[in-house]
Design a protein around this ligand. Structure first.
Ligand code: PLP
Length: 429
């Protein structure tokens, strides 16, 4: 028995499904997930000493690659000054100034410890600010696992075929309206049907949690126009896209100013960290200034602030090299595998925005969750297993985005395309 396998058998006794977050269990692709021992740059090593080129990057945060020395050093230095105080620090202000300088839509923010907390708190704030109850979200978008947001929620939920989740009262889900993404008319219709009752529209401006789905031309502009007209807040959930599709996220890329923005993943440089922010007039409704309660023992944690500062500081200082490099590497691997598939007659639709992409196993364009759901997930599963076997670790579900980091090289890309070529021809024979 390999070490990964014995660790997995132990984990299955200790954790439901052997994991602490469901998609890690590989249920959508079959096979046993390797246990990771360490990672450096673009590579992961499992407990049996196998090396993998990493295309899931801890689900998004590791944009500078694993164990990036300035980040490691920042965490080490912060840890030596104590892991937590539960009191205000200069580092919180330093990271907040950096965030505010990157996102023109944000005047004030609050740090939390996860993306889930960020979206949950942003929605509470939007409801309080508008005095309305309904929330519009989109099918296939995942905004963390708060009760009211687990409605048609993409990735993990789609992977397991659970419509929403058990344990969420109907009365809670009742106030969540899930509409098809990239369908402006559906948003207009919802506002007509719930006139004066919709507090906010929350969206992944580039969907990542149903696989990568870019916004259609003018779609985000339409969401901005409609919410403004109706007095509802527009929340961009940039937990995945923030600092990823551009330094200033999707709002910079598409030129939109949302009312509230949620962040996570890259923000903490691999440590647990999230944030939500926006105009001061809205943010000042939070306790202790206002009536909206929100708190966290580890919010603004010094290690997370240090890792975030090192990560965002590097990204901002080197943005002129980092983002073009990510674009180039990401295009070459995404398009290279797509061309290989085309050459052997495997139907594949490649969606990509910067260093975030998905190979959908379908010949049809994927513009919304219904389109993603039509993919051949069995074929994806076989592809995933063959790639893992060849030392390439892709996200283990058709409904997840893959990521490239600055640590990936042209050689990694070549190896990945070669592995895909073999996976496709093995499947064909
Ligand atoms: C990952 C993610 C979340 C949830 O963040 P956690 O830190 O896992 O709670 C929320 N929204 C989006 C868009 C995400 O990708």
């Amino acid at each position: 028995m390999g070490r990964s396998e014995s660790l997995r058998l132990r984990a299955e006794k200790l954790f439901p499904g052997g994991v602490n977050s469901p998609v890690r269990a590989f249920r959508a692709v079959g096979g046993a997930p390797p246990f990771v021992e360490r990672a450096e740059g673009a590579y992961l090593w499992d407990a049996d000493g196998n090396r993998y080129i990493d295309y899931f990057g801890s689900w998004g945060p590791m944009i500078l690659g694993h164990a990036f020395p300035p980040v490691v050093e920042a965490i080490r230095a912060a840890a030596a000054r104590s892991a937590s105080f539960g009191a205000s620090t200069a580092a919180e202000g330093d990271l907040a100034e950096l965030v505010v300088s990157i996102w023109p839509s944000i005047e004030k923010l609050r740090f939390v410890s996860s993306g889930t907390e960020a979206t949950m708190s942003a929605i509470r704030l939007a409801r309080a600010f508008t005095g309305r109850k309904y929330v519009v979200k989109f099918e296939g978008c995942y905004h963390g696992h708060a009760d009211g947001l687990l409605v048609k929620a993409g990735s993990g939920v789609a992977t397991f075929g659970i419509p929403g989740s058990a344990g969420v009262p109907e009365e809670t889900a009742h106030f969540t309206l899930a509409l098809p993404y990239n369908d402006e008319a559906a948003v207009d219709a919802a506002f007509l049907a719930h006139n004066g009752e919709i507090a906010c529209v929350i969206v992944e401006p580039v969907v990542g949690n149903a696989g990568c789905i870019p916004p259609a031309d003018g779609y985000l502009q339409a969401l901005r126009r409609i919410t403004e007209r109706e007095g509802a807040l527009l929340i961009f959930d940039e937990v995945m896209t923030g600092f990823r599709v551009a330094l200033g996220g999707a709002q910079e890329l598409y030129g939109i100013r949302p009312d509230l923005t949620t962040m996570g993943k890259i923000l903490g440089g691999g440590l647990p960290c999230g944030a939500f922010g926006g105009r001061a007039e809205i943010m000042d409704r939070l306790a202790p200034l206002g009536p909206v309660y929100q708190a966290g023992t580890l919010s603004g944690n010094p290690l997370a602030m240090a890792a975030g500062l090192a990560t965002l500081g590097y990204l901002r200082e080197h943005r002129a090299e980092v983002y073009p490099r990510l674009e180039r590497l990401s295009a070459s691997v995404a398009d290279g595998v797509a061309a290989t598939a085309a050459s052997v007659g495997v139907p594949l639709t490649t969606n990509r925005v910067g260093a975030m992409f998905t190979w959908f196993f379908t010949a049809e364009p994927v513009r919304d969750f219904a389109g993603a759901a039509r993919c051949d997930t069995r074929r994806f599963a076989a592809f995933h297993r063959a790639m893992l076997e060849a030392g390439v670790w892709l996200p283990p579900s058709q409904f997840e985005a893959a990521f490239v980091s600055t640590a990936h090289t042209d050689d990694d890309v070549r190896q990945t395309i070669e592995a895909a070529r073999q996976a496709f021809s093995a499947a064909a024979s």
